[in-house]
Design a protein around this ligand. Structure first.
Ligand code: SF4
Length: 60
């Protein structure tokens, strides 16, 4: 399973704080998914997607 942060991230930090195993801030200060989602991180990654205030996280 992969995560993707689409255009429109407002850098609120929610996904990075909820699921740092998958999301981090890039050099531009925007969130990015830097690794694949595993069984262990699936639940928190889904929580991050649901918590994103601008709904720019895709999981598939
Ligand atoms: S939760 Fe959404 S808006 Fe906030 S940092 Fe993550 S991708 Fe960006």
């Amino acid at each position: 399973m992969k995560a993707k942060v689409n255009e429109g991230c407002i850098a609120c930090g929610m996904c990075v704080s909820l699921c740092p195993e998958v999301f981090r801030f890039n050099d531009e200060g925007l969130a990015e998914a830097y690794t694949d989602i595993t069984e262990e991180t699936r639940e928190t990654a889904e929580e991050a997607r649901e918590s994103c205030p601008v709904s720019v996280i895709d999981l598939n």
